[in-house]
Unconditional design. Structure first.
Length: 150
């Protein structure tokens, strides 16, 4: 079964954005992708089914971008569209641009640890590494759009 790409409805929403909102949304989405790609290199492997060894947690990362409460972009390491987490429903309802970047189960337990297992942070260090580069990432994505709008 082939991985689903971004739907036509989502592509239309993204095309309908004004230039400033498009630039912010696209730039933040690319920054989220950079964080996930860097974090996946250090992610511990998930021993849980249905993923074989090497295919678990390191391949579960994904990024979603919303403008208002409308999805305008989605990406994951496996190629399938990520599902919006329940905890993010109220966050994306406001009139804003929100980019969600993270990993599926059991990333939360690997990142923060449990009473039986010490923390193995991989997402926070990747975020901290990418944070100083965000202006460069956003700039490289948005310069072509700005040049075309002149």
């Amino acid at each position: 079964m082939a991985a689903r790409g971004v739907s036509a409805k989502v592509k239309l929403r993204k095309q309908a954005l004004d230039d400033v909102t498009f630039i912010v949304a696209d730039g933040l989405h690319e920054a989220g992708k950079a964080i996930i790609e860097r974090a996946s290199a250090g992610a511990p492997d998930s021993p849980y089914e249905p993923y074989p060894t090497g295919e678990g947690l390191p391949k579960q990362g994904g990024v979603l971008t919303y403008v208002g409460n409308q999805k305008v972009d989605g990406w994951s390491l496996r190629g399938v569209q990520p599902v919006k987490p329940r905890a993010a429903r109220t966050t994306t309802k406001a009139h804003s641009v929100v980019t969600l970047a993270g990993f599926g189960f059991p990333a939360r337990y690997a990142e923060g640890g449990t009473i039986h297992q010490p923390a193995q942070p991989f997402l926070a260090p990747a975020r901290d590494e990418v944070a100083p580069q965000v202006p460069e990432i956003v700039g490289s994505v948005t310069r072509p759009r700005l040049a075309a709008s002149r």
